[in-house]
Each structure stands twice: as C-alpha cells, then as structure tokens.
Design a protein around this ligand. Structure first.
Ligand code: SF4
Length: 66
C-alpha cells in the first residue's frame, strides 16, 4: 500500500519535527531564506512513517492521502 504525502509550505513553520521522526519521508530545505519541510517523494510505501510525521506537526501542514 502507498499513500500520497503533501506538505503545505505556506503553513509549515520549519520546526523540524516531521523530519526528526520520519527522516525517510520529510526533509527540511531552504525556501526563500526560511526552513520549510518537503516530502522527499510524493507517493511513499512507508505509510506509518508518513503518518507519524503528520501526527507530530504542530500546525497540521501535512496531509496524507491513502
Ligand atoms: Fe513544517 Fe510541520 Fe514538519 Fe514542523 S512538523 S517542519 S511545521 S511540516
């Protein structure tokens, strides 16, 4: 099973929590001088890991579609 991972960079505050718990799924990058999280791949097989990142996000910037 796979799921689709989307990070809304407008909402993301760059806290790094998603990357800390799920480094295979999320990566912080510089976007116009601010740290923002991105999904490394749009569609992933690691559904549980993707969801862990979604759960720890304090601003609900991550959306998972199964
Ligand atoms: Fe951005 Fe949420 Fe990840 Fe923090 S946990 S870096 S706010 S997407």
């Amino acid at each position: 099973m796979t799921c689709k991972v989307k990070v809304d960079q407008e909402t993301c505050i760059g806290c790094g929590a998603c990357e800390a718990v799920s480094p295979k799924i999320y990566k912080l990058k510089d976007l116009n001088g601010e740290q923002k999280a991105f999904a490394i791949k749009e569609e992933v097989e690691e559904v549980d890991e993707a969801k862990e990142g979604e759960e720890v996000c304090p601003v609900e910037a991550i959306k998972i579609d199964e």
